[in-house]
Structure formats: structure tokens, C-alpha cells
Design a protein around this ligand. Structure first.
Ligand code: C2E
Ligand code: CA
Ligand code: CA
Length: 777
């Protein structure tokens, strides 16, 4: 799997930004290139307009030049002295010899000073006509230097199709500069129309021929009304006459259409030709392309944005999943606290920091006391609730730079930075208090439970320079806190380690002893008031390979902690049953065998079956066996499993005896619930008899309880006849103790039974037991 979290991919929003960025960029490029294309279209149109203007200008200029030449010729010949004397046809011929070149334009003629036609290019007899009212005549008559004058459009005098014309005129003078008439030529405006129509392009394109005073001579598209109109008032007119040529964009006065105009002065004539291309037409092609390009780019942009959105969404999902996985891998799902893996990382980080800064830190190993009982009695949901609540409380007790995590089960770990003994003690105390507050686990029934914790503390670097060692030492200290009675804080001390080491060595040796017949069983008789043997208690012994034997209290505790006790008890049970069967086979009357058991035994799922099988294999019955257990068993965390076993054992008909009665819990209801048969009054009470009134009255009360509940009351550790007598007086049924016999090896026990059979009275028994000598205690 690609790790996204650490890369660029860790920021999905980037992809949206990138998508938007690319979209903006492509849009920008598209807009820029469209703009470029538009400029191109305009430039092309400008070139085309200019080219057309130039060609029209040239064509018109050429024709006007011819016309002017013809008029010059005519004027010169008319002014030639003596020409008036020539016959009219000769005069005409002489005057208009060059006019043939310009005949498409119209007729040439000359007038006298009154405006009367005197010469006509089209006939030898000029028409009887006066042009004195025409502007071209009047201008020439009035202005000496009018030069070649181009008239406003006018309609001819002649009948027939009256098509508009203009006239070009020149002044005629005599030698003294006196006005003698004009030479003029008419020009059909149709000629220009024809010329323009040949070059016209688009529907909205225009070609206009103007006089420099603004009078329209011809305009295409053709409307008769346009001819003769003046554009001089229009805002776009001035540029047309200010320079010889140029281009501009403007909205037409005549039809309000926007056009690109190109204009050009016709040589030196007071005429301007203007070509107009509608911008709509210029940009038509561009618009189509822009449309297509725009649509494509919008589609692409939308696609791109959608893609980047989708991609970033996918990425976001993926990142969320990764984060979840990370949480699962590094955090405890129930409490949300760092888990063991994460804690180890944190511990390492803090250790490195502390090494760098030469500072100290504390590792607090926090273990809840009897948490399993919560699970068993209240259910796992309640257990989870308790753990979450405890986690919250723990978190409240530490500072932000410190770390709290869950190692698993009911174990938590706190790492406190910059922490000395004082601060650690303070925080641990606060934690104990916080944990001990009642926890509401069922608000409907208002069920609250109270739980305590045991805390072990290791300080770095004093108690270890590596995280593993610190953790282990804090754990060791926590065990000390538990052994000290729970709800306590203990600092790690090297002695703990020594103890733990010794314990481990003992555990290993014990295991070896169990495998290699290093264990044995001693038997201590139980007698009644008359000294008759009523039973025997099997007590395990470990002789450590010749060295001094190790007291059962000690190695039993180790075996219980390591779980080895289950195997040991099973072995003792087998051995005791075998021995009982053997004694009976030898004809020894041993009524009942008591075996010591502990909580761990009952947790074996096959325990009742195991007992049945053991009894059977030695030909014994349930009534032959009594199980001795302390009250503690019934208050074990796994009380449910134990109860099931106890019920099954009870159903089998095996008697239960409460060992060390009076030292444990005050609740007595369990005596009834588990059909207990026997109470064994603890040695501590028996030994106080004769010297401790309190012990005496307690022993008395305990016997009393047994009597009320109709249980057999047995006194342990009876060492003196006075003790026996006191107990007897108050109704004790059976006795066990050195007064009768120490725990004995099997052969010695058999001898004791035989000797005792002969003389069962108690005092003697004591003497005999001492005489036997070979005691095992
Ligand atoms: P317990 O069941 O209360 O056993 C009685 C203890 O009192 C025995 O100690 C016994 O030697 C001692 N005792 C008997 N009479 C006298 C007396 O007159 N004076 C004095 N001072 N002591 C007397 P022991 O054998 O050292 O056993 C200690 C404990 O170890 C037992 O206490 C029992 O709880 C446990 N234990 C012994 N064997 C086994 C076993 O096979 N399985 C289990 N689970 N626990 C065992
Ligand atoms: Ca016992
Ligand atoms: Ca006992």
C-alpha cells in the first residue's frame, strides 16, 4: 500500500486547487488565443479593406486624370486665338480630340460667360442650353482659383431616364484673366455604382464616395436617397478629410451598423473613397471558432474540475481510512488512549529527550485491583464502561506533556516528564484518589461500583536506563503495591528485583521438584474429644535436595502466583487418595482424607471430573474426601466459574471445609449457599486461649456460629491440653494440632494410628506422638 499520509497526497484540497488552477490557466490561454484570433481577423479585414480602397482609389484617380486631361485639352484649344473662326465640326474635333478616352464618363462641353453651351463633345451643334444655375458654373464664375471643381450630384436637364450625375468643371479666361466660361464634363454616378458593385463583398459592407465637403456621391448598398446627402455633421467625418488615408472602427450614421472603415483620398481630387466592412462579418468566422473553442474548453474545464473533485474525495476517503488504521494500530479502541506499541514509542521519545536534557522522568504502572470481578459480576459492557471512565480520570490527572496509555486489560501506564520522587508521589496519590471515586455503571438502577488501583513507580535514570527495564521495574513495584494490600503506591527498589529473581528461581526449582518426585505429603490426624481418629489432613512438603526444607506457606504462595499450584494440588490429591487406599488395604481405619485446595483449582473446567476420576481410580467414594478451602476462594475475581465447580462438587457428595475460619471475610451467607460441612477455627484463635481473652471469646463465638449452622467445628493448632479443654467445653467437635500429632510421613502416620488405636486417650497421644520422634513439621 502506498503511504499517502506522508506525501503530497496528504492534502486532498491541493488537488482541487490544482484542478482550479489548471482550469484557470487553460481558460486564460483559450481567452488569450481567442483574443489573438480576433485581432488577426481584424488585421486581415483591415488589410482587405485597405487593398480594396487602394484599388478603387487608383481606378477612380486614373479615370479622373484622363477626364482632367481631356478637359485641359479642350480648354487649351478653346482659348487658342482664332479657333472661334473655324467651322463648328472642326472646332468640336479640335476641342475634344482627347475626350474619346473619357467617354464612358459622360459628355464634355464648354460654355460662354453666361453659361450657354458653346461646344459639346457629343454633337457639332451644341444644345440650346444654359448651365448658369449649376453650382459648377457659378463656382467657376465667382472664384478665380477654383481649379477643377467637382459638383454636387444633380439630375440632367434632358428627358429620359434621369440618372444622377456630377460635373467636373474648369474656368475659362481671356488673356486679361476675365471669365469667359467653363469647360465641364458630366459624370454618370452609375459608373461608380458599377465599379463598386464589382468589388463589393459582404451583405453589410459599404463603399462610399464622398466629396471632401461631406456630400455623398455614391454609396453601396445603393439607396437613391443617400446620393447628395451630407455626412459633414457626423462625428466620424473629420478624420476622413484630415489625412490622406487611414482606418477606423465606427458606427455608421446612415444605418447604425458598426464597421471597420478604410478611407483614401483620390489623388489630389477633393474626393474620398471609404470602404466599410461590418465588424459582425469580420468576426463571423472568428465567432464560430470562438464558440466551438469556448464550448470545448468549458467541457474540458468542467471535466477537469469534476475529476479533481472526485480524485480529492477518493483521496480524502483513503486518508480517513489510513488515519483509522493508524488509530487502530497505535491507539486503544476502547479508551482512545495510546496502546502498548504507541506507549513504547512515546517512552523511547521521552527517554531520548531526558537523556539530552539530563532530566528525570517517572514511569507509573497502574493496575486496577480485582477488576475481573467487575467483568464477572456486572458483565463486560459494564467492565468496558469502567475502563473508559478510569481512562478519562487518568487523563485528567496528568499534564499535557505527560503520556497516559493502556497496556491492555486493566493495566495503564503513565509517563511523567521532568518528574522526581515528590512529584511522582503526588501524581500517584491523586490517581489513586481519582480511581477510587464511585463509578456509575447503570444510571437506571443507580448502580455504582468502587474500584481501587495499585501503582508501581520507576524513575529514570535511577531505576533503569532503558524503557523496557523501567517498565519492568515499575511492574515489579506494582506487584509490591498489590502484595502490600492493594490501593497503594510503591516505588521500585532493587530489593524487589532480588525478591523477584529469587521467586523466579524458586519457581523453577519447584517445577523441577514436581517433575522429579521432589515433593511429598505429610499427614496430620484429626481427632474427636475422646481422641478417636476422625480424619487426616494432607499437607504438601518440599525438601529442597538435602538443603533445609522450604516452608509450605512460602512455596505455596509462589506456586499460586505462577499457577503451578494447580499441578501441585492435583498431584497431592492423587497421592493422598492413593495413600488412603493403601492404608485401608493394610487394614488401617482412616475415616476421611482432607486435602487443601485453592481458587485456581476450581477454575479448572474439568475439576469435578478430575476428582471423581481420582477417587474412582483408587476405589474411593465421595464421602472419603473433604476439600479445605479458605474464605478467600469465594471472593476470588472468577467467582462465577468457582461457584459452578463448587456446585458440581457438592452434587458429587464431597464435603467442603472452611479453612482458617475467622480470619477472612465477615459475610457468612456463603456457608449456607455452598453447603459447607466443616469450619476450621484458625490457629491464631486457639493459640490465644489461656492468655488472650479476646482470642478466647472470638474462638467461643466461632464455635457458636458452627453450632448454630450445624457444622462440624474443628480447631487447628491445638498444642496444649488447656486449649483442648477450653475448646471442648465450648462445644468444639474435632481437634488438630501438635498436642495429638505433628504432620507425619506416611509410615509414621500408620504407626501413629496403630499405636493410637490401642490407647486413644488424648494426653497419652501427645506423649506417644513425641515418643515417635520422627515428626515432619
Ligand atoms: P493449613 O491448611 O491451615 O494447615 C495447617 C498448618 O498448621 C500446617 O502448616 C501445619 O503444619 C500447621 N500445624 C498443625 N498443627 C499445628 C500446631 O499445633 N502448632 C503449629 N504452630 N502449627 C500447626 P503447613 O504444613 O506449613 O502448611 C501451611 C499452609 O500451606 C496450610 O495451612 C495450607 O493452607 C497450605 N498447604 C499445605 N499443603 C497444601 C496443599 O497440598 N495444597 C494447598 N493448596 N495448600 C497447602
Ligand atoms: Ca488446611
Ligand atoms: Ca488452617
Amino acid at each position: 500500500m502506498i503511504r499517502f499520509a506522508s506525501s503530497l497526497f496528504a492534502r486532498p484540497a491541493l488537488f482541487i486547487y490544482a484542478g482550479i488552477g489548471i482550469t484557470l490557466a487553460t481558460t486564460g490561454v483559450t481567452v488569450a488565443s481567442l483574443y489573438e484570433m480576433r485581432l488577426d481577423a481584424m488585421a486581415q479585414a483591415r488589410d482587405a479593406a485597405q487593398n480594396l480602397t487602394i484599388s478603387l482609389q487608383k481606378e477612380i484617380e486614373r479615370n479622373l486624370d484622363i477626364y482632367q486631361l481631356a478637359m485641359c485639352d479642350a480648354a487649351r484649344s478653346i482659348e487658342t486665338p482664332g479657333i472661334a473662326g473655324l467651322p463648328p465640326e472642326v472646332r468640336q474635333l479640335v476641342a475634344f480630340s482627347t475626350a474619346t478616352n473619357a467617354k464612358e464618363l459622360g459628355a464634355l462641353f464648354a460654355t460662354d460667360a453666361t453659361g450657354k453651351l458653346v461646344l459639346d463633345s457629343r454633337s457639332t451643334q451644341p444644345r440650346k442650353l444654359s448651365v448658369s444655375d449649376r453650382d459648377y458654373f457659378q463656382i467657376q464664375r465667382q472664384q478665380k482659383n477654383a481649379g477643377l471643381y467637382i459638383s454636387a450630384p444633380f439630375l440632367p436637364y434632358a428627358a429620359g431616364p434621369r440618372l444622377p450625375q456630377i460635373a467636373l468643371s474648369r474656368r475659362l479666361e481671356d488673356r486679361n484673366g476675365q471669365f469667359t466660361g467653363i469647360v465641364a464634363g458630366t459624370l454618370r454616378l452609375g459608373y461608380f455604382r458599377q465599379l463598386f458593385e464589382d468589388s463589393i463583398l459582404g451583405r453589410h459592407d459599404t463603399i462610399t464616395l464622398l466629396r471632401t465637403d461631406g456630400t455623398v456621391l455614391m454609396r453601396l448598398p445603393f439607396h437613391a436617397g443617400d446620393i447628395g446627402k451630407s455626412l459633414a455633421g457626423g462625428h466620424s467625418f473629420p478624420p476622413l478629410v484630415q489625412s490622406a488615408h487611414g482606418t477606423f472602427v465606427d458606427i455608421a450614421v446612415l444605418d447604425h451598423i458598426e464597421r471597420l472603415y478604410s478611407f483614401r483620398r483620390i489623388g489630389s481630387y477633393p474626393l474620398v473613397v471609404v470602404v466599410g466592412f461590418a465588424t459582425d462579418d469580420i468576426f463571423a468566422g472568428w465567432r464560430k471558432r470562438a464558440m466551438a473553442l469556448g464550448v470545448v474548453s468549458v467541457i474540458l474545464d468542467v471535466l477537469l474540475i469534476l475529476l479533481s473533485l472526485m480524485f480529492s474525495r477518493q483521496l480524502r476517503k483513503r486518508l480517513a481510512m489510513e488515519r483509522r488504521l493508524k488509530r487502530l494500530a497505535w491507539f486503544d479502541s476502547l479508551t482512545g488512549l495510546p496502546n502498548r506499541v504507541q506507549l513504547q514509542k512515546e517512552a523511547f521519545r521521552i527517554l531520548t529527550n531526558a537523556n539530552r536534557n539530563a532530566s528525570t522522568f517517572a514511569v507509573l504502572f497502574i493496575d486496577l485491583d480485582r477488576f475481573k470481578r467487575v467483568n464477572d459480576t456486572q458483565g463486560h459492557a459494564a467492565g468496558d464502561e469502567v475502563l473508559s471512565e478510569i481512562a478519562r480520570r487518568l487523563q485528567n490527572q496528568i499534564q499535557t506533556e505527560d503520556v497516559i496509555g493502556r497496556l491492555g486489560g486493566d493495566e495503564f501506564l503513565a509517563i511523567l516528564q521532568d518528574c522526581d520522587v515528590l512529584k511522582a508521589t503526588h501524581v500517584a496519590g491523586r490517581i489513586l484518589q481519582a480511581v477510587y471515586q464511585p463509578i456509575l455503571i447503570n444510571s437506571k438502577q443507580d448502580t455504582r461500583i468502587t474500584i481501587s488501583a495499585s501503582i508501581g513507580i520507576a524513575l529514570s535514570p535511577h531505576d533503569g536506563e532503558e524503557t523496557d527495564i523501567l517498565l519492568r521495574n515499575a511492574d515489579l513495584a506494582m506487584y509490591q503495591a498489590k502484595s502490600a494490600g492493594r490501593n497503594q503506591v510503591r516505588f521500585y527498589a532493587p530489593a524487589f528485583e532480588r525478591q523477584a529473581k529469587e521467586q523466579l528461581e524458586l519457581e523453577i526449582a519447584l517445577q523441577r521438584a514436581l517433575r522429579s518426585n521432589g515433593l511429598s505429603v505429610a499427614y496430620q490426624p484429626k481427632v474427636d474429644a475422646t481422641g478417636v481418629l476422625r480424619g487426616v489432613e494432607a499437607l504438601v512438603r518440599w525438601d529442597d535436595a538435602g538443603q533445609s526444607s522450604i516452608a509450605p506457606d512460602r512455596f505455596i504462595a509462589i506456586a499460586e502466583e505462577s499457577g503451578l499450584i494447580v499441578e501441585i494440588d492435583a498431584w497431592v490429591m492423587g497421592e493422598a487418595c492413593r495413600q488412603l487406599a493403601e492404608w485401608r488395604a493394610e487394614g488401617l481405619d482412616v475415616p476421611n482424607m482432607s486435602v487443601n485446595v485453592c481458587a485456581a483449582d476450581f477454575k479448572r473446567p474439568d475439576y469435578p471430573g478430575f476428582i471423581t476420576q481420582t477417587l474412582q481410580s483408587h476405589g474411593l467414594v465421595a464421602a472419603d474426601l473433604t476439600l479445605e478451602m479458605t474464605e478467600r476462594v469465594l471472593f476470588d475475581e472468577s467467582v462465577d466459574d468457582i461457584r459452578k465447580s463448587l456446585d458440581a462438587i457438592h452434587r458429587l457428595g464431597i464435603a467442603l471445609s472452611i479453612d482458617d475460619f475467622g480470619t477472612g471475610y465477615s459475610s457468612l451467607s456463603y456457608l449456607h449457599r455452598f453447603a459447607v460441612k466443616e469450619l476450621k477455627i484458625d490457629r491464631s484463635f486457639v493459640q490465644g486461649i489461656g492468655n488472650d481473652e479476646m482470642a478466647e471469646s472470638l474462638a467461643q463465638s466461632l464455635i457458636h456460629i458452627g453450632k448454630i449452622l450445624k457444622l462440624t467445628v474443628t480447631a487447628e493448632g491445638v498444642e496444649t491440653p488447656a486449649q483442648r479443654d477450653f475448646l471442648g467445653r465450648h462445644g468444639c467437635h474435632l481437634y488438630q494440632g501438635f498436642l495429638f500429632s505433628r504432620p507425619l510421613a506416611p509410615r509414621d502416620f500408620a504407626r501413629w494410628v496403630r499405636a493410637h488405636r490401642l490407647c486413644p486417650s488424648s494426653g497419652d497421644a501427645h506423649a506417644q506422638a513425641l515418643q515417635l520422634g520422627t515428626t515432619l513439621a
